[in-house]
Design a protein around this ligand. Structure first.
Ligand SMILES: [Zn+2]
Length: 212
């Protein structure tokens, strides 16, 4: 099986897993991976991640031109911005999962990092989580806002919308996304009780021991 065929199969298999786990619903959310030639495989517009077919998955050029398959997600433009800014990124995951979206709807005092490092795995796989202002669906200005944060962050949260998470591989990006969703869930379970997130010294120790 070619590398592209393998990645198409991975998108189908892992998209179904995300749907079955309740992290994706309806036709919300999109996944992408970068091929060796720089083109991208992106889940198609109006598709359900639980019911993808390998041949319908869109292949687009680095400039966003459709090369093969169905038309890509209407949110593919911000995937492109992440890949442009992160040369080592091999995959991008964007879902509208419940706890992360709830977090994106809160008022936040500091938009630079909106979820505390409650656990070591969150700090290692996600790191800081900046909040990006709300944009209406399809607004291309969102791509520039994403681009500005993607330079320094592998994950970001779109206000009143949901997270974008990138990593070297699709599995790694999904693991990081799940870590983010579970940490958002823990954040809400803790509620107003005084929590003790990892302090700056402990986060720095993790960054040294496990550089991203
Ligand atoms: Zn979205």
């Amino acid at each position: 099986m070619s590398r592209e065929a393998e990645l198409r199969a991975d998108l189908v298999r892992l998209g179904a897993l995300l749907y079955q786990r309740g992290l994706a619903h309806g036709s919300a959310g999109n996944l992408s991976v970068r091929l060796d030639d720089g083109s991208l495989l992106v889940t198609p517009t109006n598709s359900c991640l639980g019911m993808l077919r390998p041949d319908q998955i869109s292949r687009v050029s680095p400039a966003g031109k459709l090369l093969d398959g169905d038309p890509p997600s209407k949110e593919a433009f911000f995937h492109l911005a992440v890949y442009e800014e992160r040369p080592k990124a091999g995959a991008v995951v964007h879902l509208h999962s419940t706890y992360s979206v709830a977090l994106s709807c809160l008022c936040h005092d500091c938009a630079e990092d909106v979820l505390p490092p409650l656990t070591a795995y969150y700090a290692m796989r996600v790191g800081r989580l900046p909040l990006i202002d709300y944009y209406r669906p399809g607004d291309r200005a969102l791509a520039e806002a994403v681009r500005a944060q993607a330079r320094n962050h592998r994950a970001m949260l779109l206000a009143n919308h949901g997270p974008i998470v990138s990593a070297a591989s699709l599995e790694q990006a999904i693991h990081a996304y799940e870590e983010l969703e579970e940490t958002a869930k823990i954040f809400f379970i803790l509620g107003d009780r005084p929590a003790a997130p990892l302090d700056a010294r402990r986060v720095a120790e993790l960054e040294t021991a496990f550089p991203s």
